[in-house]
Design a protein around this ligand. Structure first.
Ligand SMILES: O=P(O)(O)OC[C@H](O)CO
Length: 462
């Protein structure tokens, strides 16, 4: 086992994964642990701060098993974003549930008249997905507590410092995205005292040494923290090379570095601060992998079977608009409803499965269109293993799709930043096929989206 290794911890919504990376960027060991998630009421999505921490320690133990002490130089952390954590600042114990990023219990309807100001300062549309409304909900119940995001909780639990990485902070909707500091106006609007929030830190540097609570990690320095989507962007090498990336997960994130936001349809976000702020435009799609899981359950088949079915037929005019919880980028329409359209008596599961896979590519193409001309799309995440999806994505987005051959770019991005590594990523390329009917397909998709957004809209043929 070589020296100078970097341990990457990728704390995601459903699991924590750890990778041990050498100086060439090669993964030499890995470990993972699941994280429980609970749905105690419609629209409520909860996790447990202690269980998140325990998953980090379990995954790290599995990854470091047999690795000599002293071989690891640094730890990089990438985390799920926007989820809100509350803890007692005296005991350090969680003081309530973690409200997950998909949680929709905390209304921000009372701030609708300030939506433009909130967007101008934070770079984000007023939406319950971001942390601010959730943090308010938690502080209403535990007024003296400390709050933060998952990165802040882990930094606190592991190093004893109450601090938050600036990219994760930009997802709270409380940060002035251009200055990289807490916005007094936003804190005032959401009613959150700055004293409850962590101190801001850059994404890289000496972010703390892990204490005894870190078990097998004790004594190691944390030298990088990134939001998971930001870490994938970093791993693709976009900091030197430009480009737009898409990470396919439960939902999907399409993101590229920018200096100004190209359209109100996407968010302006801090990609990382090292120490200067790098801005990114990002479009979040709520349901991509989740659409396949939903359909698999609906059809009573395995998720892998949905992909197989999709390869057996074309969609034949069937569209699935997966607006299960409204639509995020580029529509930002909470009132949109899920729609399955174009059904005939001949429609079979294969056509609906194909429509589900196509809905992923169409939604990503919608955000790519909103971001403006892209020379190519850098792809990572679970669904990239599906060649059919990658080809449909290239056809519908009208740009080559470059699929990363390495899994888990979020963890790798954290490792690269933590260790000052810049290894190239290897890709498989998918090129748009002339004559694939992309224009007609896009127009038909947009008719289906219009139906999802305006359920009473007249049939376009009538
Ligand atoms: O844990 P993931 O991969 O679903 O990512 C969660 C995102 O960071 C939420 O914005």
């Amino acid at each position: 086992m070589p020296d100078g290794l970097v341990l990457a911890i990728d704390q995601g919504t459903s699991s924590t994964k750890c990778l041990l990376v050498d100086r060439s960027g090669t993964v030499v060991a890995s470990g993972s642990a699941p994280v429980p998630i609970r749905y105690p009421a419609p629209g409520w999505v909860e996790q447990d701060a202690d269980e998140i921490l325990a998953s980090v320690l379990t995954a790290a133990r599995a990854c470091l098993d047999g690795v000599p002490r002293g071989a690891v130089d640094a730890v990089g952390l990438s985390t799920q974003r926007e989820s809100a954590v509350v803890w007692d600042r005296r005991t350090g114990r969680p003081a309530g549930p973690v409200l997950g990023w998909q949680d929709r219990r905390a209304s921000c309807a009372d701030l609708r008249t300030h939506a433009d100001e909130i967007r101008r300062i934070s770079g984000l549309p007023l939406d319950q997905m971001f942390s601010a409304a959730k943090l308010r909900w938690l502080l209403d119940r535990t007024p003296d507590a400390a709050v933060g995001t998952v990165d802040a909780w882990l930094l606190y639990a592991l190093t004893g410092r109450h601090q938050i990485e600036v990219g994760n902070a930009s997802r709270t909707q409380l940060l002035d995205v251009r200055s990289g500091s807490w916005s007094p106006e936003l804190l005032d609007l959401f009613g959150i005292p700055e004293s409850a929030l962590p101190a801001l830190t850059p994404s890289a540097g000496s972010l703390g040494t892990i204490g005894a609570a870190g078990g097998v990690l004790a004594g190691l320095p944390i030298t990088a923290v990134l939001g998971d989507s930001h870490a994938a962007l970093y791993a693709h090498g976009t900091q030197v090379d430009g480009g737009v990336k898409v990470t396919y997960g439960t939902g999907s994130s399409v993101m590229g570095l920018v200096s100004t936001v190209p359209s109100d349809a996407v968010c302006l976000t801090v990609a990382w601060g090292d120490p200067g702020i790098r801005l990114a435009a990002e479009g979040n799609i709520r349901s991509t992998g989740a659409t396949v899981l939903w359909l698999a359950e609906f059809l009573g088949v395995d998720p892998a079977r949905v992909a197989e079915l999709a390869d057996e037929a074309s969609s034949d005019g069937v569209h699935l608009v997966p607006a299960f919880g409204g639509l995020a980028a580029p529509w930002w329409d909470d009132s949109a409803v899920g729609v399955l359209s174009g059904l005939t008596l001949g429609t079979r599961p294969a056509q609906v499965a194909r429509a589900a896979i196509e809905s992923i590519a169409h939604q990503v193409a919608d955000v790519v269109d909103a971001l403006g001309p892209a020379g190519r799309l850098l792809a990572d995440g679970g669904a990239t293993g599906n060649d059919t999806l990658m080809q449909i994505q290239a056809d519908l987005a009208g740009v080559p799709v470059r699929r990363a051959r390495t899994a888990n770019l979020s963890a790798l991005g954290a490792a690269f930043l933590a260790g000052g590594l810049h290894p190239p990523i290897e890709y498989d390329d998918f090129h748009p096929r002339p004559g694939a009917g992309a224009q007609e397909a896009r127009a038909a998709w947009h008719t289906a989206v219009a139906r999802a957004r305006t359920p009473s809209a007249p049939h376009p043929g009538s």
